[in-house]
Design a protein around this ligand. Sequence first.
Ligand code: SF4
Length: 455
Amino acid sequence: MTNIVPDDRIEAIVKITEEMNWLRAVVSDGNGAIFELPGYAAAGMAGGHVAALTVTESIVAPYGSELMYLPDREPVLFNIAAGEFEKLHENPHAPGEPVFPVAVFNSPGYVITHVSAFREHSRARMLPLFSYGAAGWHRGQFRSAAIRVDAEPRQDLRRMKPTDVSAGVRAVRWRMPGNRLRQHLETCALRYGCPAGKNFFLGRYEAPLPTAKTCNARCLGCLSLQKKSGISCTQERIAFTPSPAEISEVALFHIGRVRRAVVSFGQGCEGEPLSAARVIEPAIRMIRSRTGRGTINLNTNASRPEAVGRLCDAGLDSIRVSMNSVRRECYEAYFRPRGYTFDNVLRSIDTALEKGKFVSINYLNSPGFTDTPEEAEAFFAFMAARPVRMIQWRNLNFDPLRYWKSMAAAAPLGAPMGMEVLIREVRRGFPKLKFGYFNPPKEKFGIERLTARCA
Ligand code: SF4
């Protein structure tokens, strides 16, 4: 039942909204228009919990963030007059006009504290591979329920002009015309709009070194391969294995012209790099035979500890291990490993730590799961046993309701404590632990980076 707010009460309601510091609710008409809904406060959800969003617990939506509407779903908003949450299938101010939930896909460096609050229609299909942050409106601006964890402008679109990218592509093509990896990265930069690919051609920060055609996991949210899931992957997997010479040529070119350069194996457009260790190992040796500069990093599912050991010995500087959970059941329910186990992942981390490498966890987080007491407890135990150096807080790009359902089927899930609380407690428990979003250059392995309104 929808409690329609009489017009003469709107002003009073707006006053309450201000007093209560609530964000104003926004919805979509399903044709691309997003508008404020008077009388309602914005809401966010975490697992089965819904909360009204406030100005103080939100930030202005970061530049480059994208707003989306969610089809075949109904927004859940806070009806201020009724003092209760309400699921809306139509605009209460224009009966008959459908309304849809709005979500924000925040730009890199921001962790969502709440997901857009909504309920599915029975015909709803799986949402595409994005994170669906909660959003609201305040004083002429969209605001996100999010926390900044990395202030570095590495993927700030304002610094990646398309004309500069195209000029960079032409210049590098001329430098290495026969290099297939360079050609593949052109597609990444120009067709997929991959920020890492663009940064290579712009000569900024971190360059990608995709190498692997295959993977020994079947992540629910794999960006490069989706089979019978009803969703499409966001980029195609590399279809060839570059040679060590091609890899090292791209890497050395980047290291040669970028201060504090990072070059990284393990990108969204490939499978698992450890499945291509036979070309990565000689490539690393070729790079290190020519220069000690630059940071060679491996983004990986860490499924093969022996291969990790060999790459460390070859000259790898850092390793970033992707995990949605440190609880075996939840890890296996998401990664669906084939031919490896969670113990292999732990052994790879131990191997890299023993060899003195900089180890990060690429922590795929989802409010309502990551901030549950069971997950937090397991994470603290994991951190106490394995002194990794950095947590990269990364929003999980996957349909939140379907994800919570899969995780709840795998292990117990209590009431979420809130991502802010979790991040604050991790900070308190492990004061030396680095927080961020991007792979740091080795020059910064030891430096803390904290800024205002962040974890
Ligand atoms: S480990 Fe990476 S490539 Fe493999 S299934 Fe998962 S997301 Fe895809």
